[in-house]
Design a protein around this ligand. Structure first.
Ligand SMILES: *[C@@H]1O[C@H](CO)[C@@H](O)[C@H](O)[C@H]1NC(C)=O
Ligand SMILES: *[C@@H]1O[C@H](CO)[C@@H](O)[C@H](O)[C@H]1NC(C)=O
Length: 503
């Protein structure tokens, strides 16, 4: 077991335990017949730009997958890989997934498409990723269509000859060729980093808008950021969702193109002018986000380009609709803008330095956990109280939270205009193993969910006030958390989750 895996295991354990402590029973795994619909009046901190009227979000377990689900933009996966997807699920549990890969970051130049067919069996509600349903898939076909000679040459040059000679070498451009039915073909797929493990974790969210509209999104498992781990990684977080072909945000020009595509006619996305990178002002999460280490959070950033300073507020929750706060982290420091990225055209490199971190424990279990840390390891030991912020500078961070100060990270940012002409900020994906991009070689090649620009001049609620979230379907029950906290402290006594919260 690698060190990274162990770290991750410990972090996971802690998260799961925290969630348990927060009142949800860990071993009471919900069965597929349970009604776990969740609702939320979403009133984010940045009122003008976000879902202003309040939106109720529900997620059924098991999810109803029937129908077609589409990319809403050119997606970026670690590598980087640029792609669009169209997945169709039939009532018979059969699915057909189309993945179109491109040679450019704007999805304008199709390289090859994969036509994937198989069967999906939904299992039980996941107890690792709350709100998700676990599933097993079985593939029956994976055909490739290469769209140009240049694309074929690029593909062939990066794959081992043992797989290429009997298969890809013979592929005729524009014609489908099944790779799944031969050993060499499957070896090629593996070398291409192909895996449908993303289907092992599924969640469908429905947003009910006050004016009557409905939007449905399909969340599938996340993709490992480490290429070597990718094909056997079991996801615990999500990728950016696909939208329902029936219930999506209108207008969605990309959805329409992706919907009409076939493996032989990949969608060619219209050229989108790059927005200049200007970070000034405040950016906020558009929804409750999840991280592979089973963290639910919202992020908020404030940049001051004149001073090269920044502040980030990370609100952490124990549930997938971000209604039960666990702790809030306020980090600040300086940053420097670097060069345009060579690997991910259109993105820019940054270096961030964190010099100050303040933490507020928002619930009893987290407070107890922090309060029980050794003197000098995490703020003032024995002085933690629910809702009271502590500065971690005097202890140079917090061992239990894996925060070390000062701290430097190599980042990748991209600013884009969406089709509604809203500015979006993409920040580099966190390494799946919970490590930190603390050297240039670890810089991300893909992105987290985009943050939205708040219109100027607004003042926000104080950093640790989560009054914007007012769903309380689960009652907090703190019985027995004392013992649990004790166990946690034993587990965490010497363990350090690495810095998994920044950005
Ligand atoms: C499931 O929960 C939702 C929201 O709480 C409720 O409206 C609905 O009636 C429930 N469905 C069933 C089958 O109990
Ligand atoms: C924190 O620890 C101190 C010293 O052990 C104790 O007196 C205090 O009650 C604890 N506070 C909480 C909220 O657990």
């Amino acid at each position: 077991m690698s060190k990274a895996h162990m770290l991750r295991g410990v972090c996971l354990l802690w998260q799961v335990a925290l969630m348990t402590a927060a009142g949800s029973k860990l071993w009471d795994v919900p069965t597929t017949s349970n009604n776990l619909s969740e609702s939320l009046q979403w009133q984010p901190h940045c009122h003008h730009r976000l879902l202003q009227d309040g939106v109720r979000i529900t997620a059924e377990i098991p999810p109803k997958l029937e129908g077609t689900w589409l990319s809403t933009r050119c997606e970026v996966r670690p590598g980087p890989e640029f792609l669009t997807r169209s997945y169709t699920f039939h009532p018979t549990r059969h699915f057909q997934a189309l993945q179109h890969y491109y040679s450019d970051s704007g999805c304008e130049d199709p390289a090859y498409s994969l036509l994937i067919q198989g069967k999906l069996r939904l299992r039980q509600a996941s107890w690792i990723t709350r709100g998700a349903t676990e599933a097993n898939h079985h593939l029956t076909k994976v055909a490739i269509v290469v769209h140009s000679l240049a694309a074929k040459q690029r593909l062939v040059s990066r794959l081992p000859p043992s797989c290429v000679a009997p298969t890809l070498g013979r592929v005729v451009t524009g014609k489908p060729h099944d790779l799944h039915n031969t050993r060499a073909g499957r070896a090629c797929l593996a070398a291409m980093g192909f895996s449908m493990m993303e289907m092992d974790v599924v969640r469908v969210e429905t947003q009910h808008h006050n004016h009557g509209g409905e939007i449905q999104e399909l969340f599938l498992g996340d993709i490992q950021t480490d290429w070597t781990q990718r094909t056997h990684y079991r996801p615990t977080g999500y990728q950016q969702p696909l939208q329902s072909a029936m219930h999506h945000i209108h207008p969605c020009p990309v959805c329409a193109l992706v919907y009409r595509s076939t493996e032989q006619h990949p969608p060619v996305l219209p050229h989108r002018p790059q927005a200049p990178i200007s970070l000034a002002r405040r950016w906020v999460s558009q929804q409750c986000e999840t991280r592979p280490t089973v963290l639910f959070l919202t992020r908020e950033f404030d940049f001051n380009p004149d001073q090269h300073s920044w502040e980030g507020i990370y609100r952490h929750y124990s549930d997938p609709i971000c209604s039960q706060s666990t702790f809030t982290l306020r980090a600040s420091g300086h940053y420097a803008q670097g060069n345009p990225s060579v690997k991910v055209p259109g993105a820019t490199e940054f270096v961030f330095k964190v010099t100050e971190v303040r933490v507020t424990a928002e619930d009893e279990p987290t407070t107890k956990l922090l309060n029980g840390t050794k003197m000098g390891k995490c703020g003032r030991a024995g002085a933690w109280e629910v809702g009271v912020e502590q500065d971690l500078s005097p202890t140079h961070g917090c061992t239990v939270l894996g925060i070390k100060l000062p701290h430097k990270e190599y980042e990748l940012f991209k600013v884009e205009l969406d089709h509604r002409r809203h500015l979006l900020l993409y920040v580099g994906e966190r390494p799946t193993d919970g490590s930190s991009p603390d050297r240039p070689s670890r810089r991300a090649t893909s992105f987290q969910p985009p943050l939205m620009l708040c219109s100027g001049g607004e003042t926000l609620p104080s950093s640790r006030n989560s009054s914007g979230f007012n769903s309380k379907q689960v009652q907090v029950d703190t019985n027995g958390t004392g013992r649990l906290t004790q166990i946690l402290l034993v587990v965490l006594g010497s363990a350090v989750c690495s810095w998994i919260w920044l950005f």
